[in-house]
Design a protein around this ligand. Structure first.
Ligand code: ATP
Length: 574
């Protein structure tokens, strides 16, 4: 049976005073209780608290209703459940995490027993398909993609949310993000997919949030490309140019300068070609080759030549190409393939840890370096390890397989604790560190390459200046990376002003269940934290999963093979 509204409870709504009252949080909650709401609020301003308060009220109003909290990754699920129940007033024992490691039978049982579910959209999709839950029971769905733009397209978010809102139109939707999209034209599809009836948007200049925004000092450091790398770049550009000249029918829009043509543009051109019947196979081949070379160019300029060798396609036997390979090999042998960014990074970190920041001591100063390539994460960790104990780096990457076929780490709570306790003082992180994980106070963020999108830039910047002022440093190679960053910033400003001024077509609530004259009660609520149940299987994985890196230090292991670790797992399994 559909969950029924408890009319007595619904005569008022509760705003917890467990945290100091902030007017923007109050007004966003008030609106979100009554309409499907898209909230765009800069990072570090308490979106979790807003979600928790809306959840608390739906939990009270619908005593048999289920509430779903969707996050993009499992580590975020694990953190959000703890953060929410520390302040929202819903007992932790009413909530559960749901993920693929919990057996389906057990998940079916949990769907019966619990009322608040924290999960990824994929798990929700699986459970809907397996029919182990009834979507008509859902009264509220909170979506924290930290990039609500993922709610469009063929993503689990879209299909799942659409299924639920179509079959259960009374389900309230609350989507929380730092910025809804990098592209103003993609916002209407998000509104439609989530059936949004109201938008709450704030940016750094909004009056009601400005008292809570910490100062972020931003520095852009443009790195000159050294002559020996520049000569490799020019040889690569010449090879690309000879291919670009073969494309005469405008296959690639915009600039045909090899130093500026981007892999993404070539990929789109390829997509268009494949959709056209009769496209010349050789044109596709050229585009494919150009794509590899443009990617190599990106890597050469952004990270150093070492990446280039791994990605060079094996198709060409031309003398120019062979000479380029030979030049790379020679440079590598001479040991000159270290990108100047690496040296700059070391210098910046040594300066930073050598000079304590006001309000913190060198023992508590911490930094995160963002890099998009895992292999580059490893190189940086190795390079910085020579500066111990001043710099104590560790790699921070998500699950998955690295390019040597090794497994990534689970986002280890142990590593986060080590960072919080300053045993490790620099995390070298891939995008996993961007996504709203609470990794403690960080004073310095260094972006090793310019963020590819404004959203990514915002997410990275949002990891500092949360409780106190912070610094953001962007390293960029002259020309290509510098230009990308300028474009990304212009785009962000356009999107922000478009969202503020645009009149989007919003959705009406099909059903108005709640009394319009609800009053607010502001009070301290009792909080019962969420206590995670650790299964044996999970415990073993956390303790013994071997990714070739030491669990304590997150540095490459020496003298112990992964088969030793495998034996340890199987011994423990026995
Ligand atoms: N009303 C409040 N008063 C004081 N601190 C608050 C308040 N609301 C939230 N906070 C604190 O602000 C910090 C940031 O909160 P939270 O992580 O929810 O922000 P966020 O907007 O989700 O950021 P991100 O987008 O980076 O995840 C947390 O430490 C939280 O406890």
């Amino acid at each position: 049976m559909k969950p029924q509204l408890d009319r007595l409870s619904a005569r008022h709504w509760i705003f917890p005073l467990n945290r100091p009252k902030r007017t923007y949080q109050f007004s966003i909650v008030q609106a979100a209780l009554l309409k499907n709401t898209l909230v765009a609020l800069p990072t570090g301003l308490g979106k979790t608290f807003i979600a928790g308060v809306v959840m608390l009220n739906y939990w009270r109003w619908f005593p048999t209703g289920k509430i779903i909290f969707l996050c993009p990754t499992k580590p975020l699920v694990a953190q959000q459940i703890v953060a929410c129940h520390n302040t929202c007033g819903i007992p932790g024992s009413d909530a559960t995490e749901m993920h693929g490691e919990i057996l389906k039978v057990k998940r079916a049982h949990l769907w019966e027993q619990k009322r608040v579910f924290y999960m990824t959209p994929q798990t929700l999709k699986n459970d809907l398909t397996a029919e182990i839950m009834d979507l008509r029971d859902i009264v509220l769905m909170v979506i924290v993609p930290d990039e609500a733009h993922k709610a469009t397209g063929a993503h689990a978010y879209t299909t799942t949310v659409r299924d639920i809102t179509e079959k259960n139109p009374a389900c309230r939707i609350l989507a929380l993000t730092a910025t809804p999209s990098s592209d103003k034209d993609k916002i209407q599809p998000i509104i439609d997919a989530l059936r949004i009836g109201h938008i709450e948007i704030r940016n750094e200049t909004s009056l009601d949030i400005s008292p809570y925004i910490k100062r972020k000092e931003k520095r852009e450091i443009v790195i000159r490309f050294p002559p020996h790398l520049a000569s490799l770049r020019d040889s690569l550009a010449n090879i690309m140019l000879s291919m670009l000249k073969l494309l005469r029918n405008g296959e690639i829009p915009g600039s045909l300068d090899p130093l500026h043509v981007r892999p993404f543009t070539i990929q789109s051109a390829l997509g268009n070609m494949k959709n056209q019947p009769g496209s010349a196979a050789w044109t596709c081949r050229i585009l494919n080759d150009l794509h590899s070379l443009a990617t190599a160019m990106n890597r050469l300029e952004g990270f150093g030549a070492y990446k280039h060798q791994r990605t060079l396609p094996a198709y060409t036997k031309t003398p120019d190409y062979k000479k380029l390979l030979q030049d790379f090999t020679n440079e590598k042998k001479r040991g000159t393939l270290v990108h100047p960014k690496m040296q700059k990074l070391r210098e910046l970190l040594l300066d930073y840890f050598g000079a304590p920041v006001a309000g913190s001591s060198s023992a508590t100063q911490k930094a995160i370096v963002f890099v998009s390539l895992r292999s580059c994460v490893d190189e940086i960790v190795e390079y910085l390890t020579g500066e111990e104990p001043t710099i104590r780096p560790a790699r921070f990457v998500g699950q998955g397989t690295d390019n040597k076929g090794g497994k990534g780490i689970l986002i280890s709570q142990q590593l986060i604790q080590q960072f919080q306790s300053s045993n490790v003082n620099v995390l070298i992180s891939t995008s996993i560190g961007e996504e709203g994980l609470d990794i403690g106070e960080v004073d310095l963020i260094i972006c090793y390459e310019t963020p590819s999108s404004p959203i990514r830039g915002l997410q990275r910047a949002g990891r500092t200046g949360r409780q106190r002022d912070g610094q953001l440093i962007l390293l960029m190679t002259e020309n290509r990376e510098e230009g990308n960053w300028t474009k990304a910033q212009e785009k962000y400003e356009q999107v922000q002003s478009a969202i503020q001024s645009a009149h989007y077509k919003l959705h009406q609530d099909p059903l108005q269940l709640l009394p319009p004259d609800m009053t607010c009660i502001e009070r301290i609520v009792e909080c019962e934290p969420y206590v995670r149940e650790v299964t044996n299987r999970r415990k073993r994985r956390c303790e013994y999963r071997d990714d070739g890196y030491d669990l304590e230090t997150r540095r490459p292991k020496t003298g112990r093979s992964s088969s030793d670790a495998d034996r340890k797992v199987s011994r423990s399994a026995r």
